[in-house]
Ligand binder design. Structure first.
Ligand code: F6P
Length: 397
């Protein structure tokens, strides 16, 4: 008897990043060419699963995607099926409903064997709960923040790093001409992977990370020491989740419909005002923001996204569900999605990039030469880690 053709669903959730289309292409090609499977793409992340918005992705639709930024599926970071925003009433106010059973019904009605969910911690948290409700899911990790547990690297990170490094290189020349301290703020949410890596690659003199709440005197001292050495400019790279010792995080907006409702951004203005006030050196601020999420994926991300996509389809063929694909060193592996959900991976004092920065005499916002352990604080806010479960506890279908 002929074997039933397998049918897999795919969606991209959370903030977009370069490499999503490369991963979609890899999934569709492997599914069709190696295993003769059909692929159904859900539009706009979990919104498509809840609202049954989907299309069959053929090989020809997946062609030409390797180098294209964004995602042909669309994405959303406001569509948690367990805390789904719905406009209600004459005032069109949002209420939050548990639409997860609808998501399961839609999945089943399409006759799918499994769902490949490409996303960050929000997508993995929702996936973990959908797995409990019976949807067989395979995760693929993406985010420019590189903050997912279980994998050394997420795709999207390297492309954002290339963009940030290019920006810092450009800032360097104008900093030199005007003898200014230039503050460059990069995304990365509550962890400093992108700030530290781009700071190292771009030759930052001071790098402020969420993991080390900063001491403004230590920063100004580094600027003064450089001036005394004849270096009349400084480059300060700031992660958006950085904050002063004893100070607060700086947020640029609140988005009610998102299960993680706050958006970081703007701390660099505070840093600039403080440096200018204490040193009389002129400062300027550049916030790179969503520029870091756009554009074509780097060669590294194209390859990583492709490897993840191929591996996810191999797992689908083997019936190995409930795990996320990972990269450990240079080897692909897997981790149960339940172990990824609701967690983030901060930098640690032992991280080799931190040690590299220390050896170079880069100021990490605390006095140069002192024991970093004294200053380290886990930057992950508890309420963010449990946001998904809190949201779910407050909603009903
Ligand atoms: O998680 C990716 C990311 O770009 C973060 O670095 C940033 O804090 C956040 O998403 C921005 O989200 P939004 O696109 O909703 O403004």
């Amino acid at each position: 008897m002929a074997r039933k053709k397998k049918r897999i669903g795919i969606l991209t959730g959370g903030g977009d990043c370069p490499g999503l289309n490369a991963a979609i292409r890899a999934v569709v090609r492997t599914a069709e060419v190696e295993f003769d499977m059909d692929v159904v793409g859900f539009r706009d992340g979990f919104e498509g699963l809840v609202q049954n918005k989907y299309f069959e992705i053929t090989l020809s639709q997946a062609s030409g995607l390797l180098a294209r930024g964004g995602t042909i599926l669309g994405t959303s970071n406001r569509s948690d099926p367990f805390n789904y925003p719905v406009l209600q009433g004459d005032n069109e106010e949002y209420v939050y409903l548990d639409r997860s059973s609808q998501a399961v019904r839609n999945f089943e009605s399409l006759g799918l064997d499994c769902l490949i969910a490409i996303g960050g911690d929000g997508t993995m948290s929702a996936s973990a709960r959908l797995i409990e409700k019976g949807i067989p899911i395979i995760g693929i990790p993406k985010t420019i923040d590189n903050d997912l547990v279980g994998t050394d690297v997420t795709f999207g990170f390297d492309s954002a790093l290339v963009t940030a490094t290019d920006a810092i290189d450009k800032i360097h020349t104008t900093a030199q001409s005007h003898h200014r301290a230039m503050i460059v703020e990069v995304m990365g949410r509550y962890t400093g992977w992108l700030a530290l890596s781009s700071g190292l690659a771009g030759g930052g003199d001071i790098i402020l990370l969420p993991e080390f709440p900063y001491d403004i005197e230590a920063i100004c001292e580094q600027v003064r020491v450089r001036n005394a050495r004849g270096k009349t400019f400084s480059i300060v790279v700031v992660g958006e989740g950085a904050r002063q010792q004893g100070g607060e995080l700086v947020f640029r907006s609140k988005i009610k419909q998102s299960s993680e409702s706050t958006r970081l951004g703007g701390i660099s203005h505070q840093v600039a005002a403080q440096i200018e006030g204490l040193t009389n050196i002129e400062c300027r601020v550049t916030i790179l923001g969503h520029l870091l999420r756009g554009g074509i994926p780097s060669a590294y991300d194209r390859i990583l996204a492709t490897r993840f996509g191929v591996e996810a389809v191999h797992m689908a063929e083997q019936g190995s569900f409930g795990s996320m694909v990972t990269l450990q060193g240079s080897k692909l592996g897997t981790i149960p999605i339940s172990e990824v959900a609701g967690k983030m991976r901060p930098l640690t004092v032992e991280n080799s990039l931190i040690k590299t920065a220390v050896s170079l005499g880069i100021c990490l916002g605390v006095p140069v030469g002192e024991d970093l352990n004294k200053y380290y604080e886990n930057p992950i806010p508890e309420d963010t880690a449990s946001a998904a479960s809190l949201a779910a506890a407050n909603s009903s279908e």
